[in-house]
Ligand binder design. Structure first.
Ligand code: SF4
Ligand code: SF4
Ligand code: FES
Length: 456
């Protein structure tokens, strides 16, 4: 195998389990196999992350020499004959899964990732019921909870995905690896709490974790308790992007569940009012635009820096403390809903403010950070799906309902401002450097947690 730079304009022909396939040079064996409709099982691999080849589940044989190579980490080469399935490979993969399970809490039924866990599906596909190896995971580590994320490192399969996404994609480095071999573990620097680290609570680590080792802090029980309390009014705001995330979570095609159907479902859960989250979002945008104009008049502290969630302020304070004065003083749209819109609703209906619970349904868990009041919750698409399943509500079958109206005075955006939206922290760093160097021409920089999405 030569080590020259692959040229994607050149093609390579090989066979996978006897099927000929032609792919561009530089294609990984795993991807070539997909093209040949051959599924090689994986665990540590993630399509959006680099090659790590830590778990070895994806081993295949090349050129009949019995040599084992990781399909996720090796590129194809001309004429190679790859074997992905034979008794030897199946035994190797099964043993790897059994060894992981031997050191894993066997509590799938009560795990938050039950039926959505990559380790569980591997075990099922290899016909592994209970692990043959003695379960040596007696010393349990405490579950570490924050208001946003829960970490249960007993369940960690050491795939390294979270470390890579935090360090390389988001450039935050709030989590790292320590020790080697059997002692290898995923931790925070000095084992500090995430709150004490540089974490921005973007939630990317939870998103890529294949098992139940990092996940969102589930607040559905608290929300259900509020719904069951007859003395309380519970109001919701629903993000326009929630339906996309719910369809994703239920593995349905994009338009199966619409916002209208979700409104009906949320009402069926017992919510008193369901408002459009764009109301709070527009009000926040108008206030920030006003702040831009105000600062512009004084000629200092532009651009204004805002974020899709409260964690963005951590990023600025930890990495660019000299720019902290640029941060907007306007609260996030989630907090805006929990204060301004909630008090508007209290005034409109005469209900005591302290008897109102507000719930923001937003696709991603980053919004859980910086809750403010214990009576206000941010619920993700995953949590909503859990609530609906528990209540036996099948959203697909429901009729559509419209959002409720609210009759309160909200700020309106009077003038347009020059705004730049930045995706993820790697890109945000470039813009922050430009601000430092006085090379940022824009009046308002909005940082979104996710490198890949337009809004959330
Ligand atoms: S939430 Fe984001 S910043 Fe925090 S540890 Fe996870 S990936 Fe890193
Ligand atoms: S916490 Fe999850 S993503 Fe991180 S190494 Fe462990 S299993 Fe992989
Ligand atoms: S999936 Fe290839 S080594 Fe883990």
């Amino acid at each position: 195998m030569s080590h020259h730079q692959p040229d994607p304009n050149k093609s390579v022909t090989l066979t996978i389990d006897g099927k000929p396939v032609t792919v561009p040079e530089g294609t990984r064996i795993l991807e070539a196999a997909k093209k040949a409709n051959v599924n090689i099982p994986t665990l540590c691999e993630h399509p959006e992350l680099c090659k790590r080849a830590l778990c070895r589940i994806c081993v295949v044989e090349a050129d009949g020499r019995g040599k084992l190579i990781a399909a996720c980490a090796n590129d194809v080469w001309e004429g190679v004959s790859i074997v992905t399935t034979n008794q030897r490979l199946l035994n190797i993969r099964k043993t790897i899964v059994e060894l992981i399970l031997a050191n894993h809490p066997q509590d799938c039924l009560s795990c938050i990732r039950n039926k959505k866990c990559e380790l569980q599906s591997l075990a099922l596909s290899f016909g592994i019921g209970a692990s043959l190896f003695e379960n040596d995971a007696q010393e349990r580590q405490p579950q570490i909870e924050s208001e946003t994320l829960v970490r249960n490192m007993d369940k960690c399969v050491k795939c390294g995905r979270c470390v890579e996404v935090c360090q390389e994609v988001q450039t935050i480095r709030a989590i790292n690896t320590s020790h080697r071999s059997y002692e290898y573990e995923i931790s925070t620097p000095y084992k500090q709490a995430l709150e004490e680290s540089f974490c921005t609570f973007c939630g990317k680590c939870a998103e890529v974790c294949p098992v139940g080792a990092i996940y969102e802090h589930d607040q559905t029980a608290e929300v259900r308790a509020a719904l069951n309390d007859k003395s309380r009014k519970v109001i919701a705001q629903v993000s326009p992007n929630l339906a996309v995330a719910v369809n994703d979570e239920l593995a349905l095609s994009a338009d199966t569940i619409t916002t209208g159907k979700l409104i009906t479902a949320i009402k069926l859960l017992g919510f008193d009012k369901v408002f459009d989250a764009s109301i709070a979002e527009n009000a926040v945008n108008a206030e920030i635009a006003g702040e831009v104009k105000q600062r512009g008049n004084g000629g200092k502290l532009l651009p204004v820096i805002s974020g899709c969630s409260e964690g963005v302020a951590n990023f600025i304070k930890n990495f660019y403390p000299d720019l902290a004065d640029h941060l907007t003083t306007v609260k996030s749209s989630r907090r805006y809903f929990a204060s301004s819109i909630k008090s508007g609703y209290a005034k409109e209906t005469g209900v005591e403010l302290s008897n109102i619970t507000s719930v923001s349904f937003l696709p991603c868990l980053a919004h859980k950070y910086g809750a403010g009041s214990p009576q206000d919750f941010a619920i993700t698409a995953k949590e909503l799906v859990r609530m609906l399943k528990l209540a036996g509500i099948v959203v697909e079958t429901l009729a559509e309902t419209s959002f409720d109206n609210i009759n309160i005075d909200l700020p309106k955006q009077e003038s347009s401002v020059k705004k730049e939206t930045v995706h993820g922290y790697a890109q945000a760093r470039k813009v922050m450097e430009a601000i430092r160097d006085g090379k940022c021409e824009t009046e308002w920089v909005e940082i979104l947690n996710c490198p890949e999405s337009d809004s959330c």
